[in-house]
Design a protein around this ligand. Structure first.
Ligand code: MF3
Ligand code: CO
Ligand code: CO
Length: 257
């Protein structure tokens, strides 16, 4: 059932552009703070302060279904939804920082990988593969393309690189609601699934494991880790389907996807 997909008006698209840019600006801002010795709770506090006081926006994760912090920080074998805490980052860690802000009622959702000092070869590799997987998914987006085309572009690339795609979590429609229809799977068959239409907004956020695809939820009810403890990486953008292709709403100052 995909009856609840909300195609955004021009005004709503403009508001999504603002929210998306703000989310990306948080990632631009926090990068210099990601270094050995910082705790993930300190990164959370820095982002919270910036979102609330500088951007005059709302950190969407805080109290979302009981999530206790304003950002997600997922280190090494943590796949997603890591809760910021007293853990100190150390040289060689890889960390995903996932930012969602609400501005004027609309959500912008984006995440990137950061290296703490010098990453190990495998950490760099899984991060780069997740990044390229996201880009390949985005490259497929245009009116008339299908969700299965996105999933296939991501899955075929990742598996050819002998990594795996997490299946339990997916991208999502986004707008006034944080997670709305459709579900955007990061695996699938070309020529299947919902047909994309101009005005749709959704995220593409593949989670890529260096080992097997299976995951486990920790007892805190949030933290998702790889079952085999292999490294995992994720990148995320919020995108808009345009009349002739795609617009990435969460570009940072560099303009790079
Ligand atoms: N930002 C995440 C996503 O990409 C969702 C985080 S939900 C939270 O969909 F509660 F963990 F913050
Ligand atoms: Co998301
Ligand atoms: Co996110």
């Amino acid at each position: 059932m995909q009856a609840s997909i909300h195609v955004k008006t021009a005004e709503e698209q403009a508001a999504m552009r603002v929210a998306g840019r703000l989310a990306a600006q948080v990632l631009d801002m926090v990068g210099e703070h990601v270094r050995p010795g910082v705790t993930t709770a300190e990164l959370d506090a820095i982002c919270h302060e910036y979102i609330v006081n500088t951007q005059e926006a709302v950190p969407a994760p805080l109290n979302y279904r009981g999530f206790p912090k304003s950002i997600c920080t997922s280190v090494n074998h943590v796949v997603c939804h890591g809760i910021p805490g007293d853990r100190r980052l150390k040289d060689g860690d890889i960390v995903n920082i996932d930012i969602t802000v609400i501005k004027d009622g609309f959500h912008g959702d984006t995440s990137r990988m950061f290296y703490v000092g010098e990453p190990p070869v495998l950490g760099r590799r899984v991060s780069e593969i997740a990044h390229e997987a996201m880009r390949r998914g985005i490259a497929v987006v245009r009116p008339g393309a299908q969700l299965g085309d996105i999933g296939h572009a991501i899955q075929s690339f990742v598996e050819a690189e002998r990594c795996s795609v997490v299946r339990e979590y997916c991208g999502h429609g986004i707008g006034r609601v944080f997670h709305e229809d459709p579900q955007v799977l990061h695996y699938g068959q070309p020529g299947t699934g919902l047909e994309l239409q101009a005005g749709m907004t959704f995220t593409i956020e593949p989670m890529v494991n260096a080992g097997r695809r299976h995951v486990k939820l920790l007892r805190d009810g949030w933290t998702v880790v790889t079952k085999d403890h292999s490294l995992s990486a994720q990148w995320e953008h919020t995108v808009l389907v345009t009349d002739d292709g795609v617009e990435v709403l969460t570009l940072g100052a560099s303009g790079a996807i």
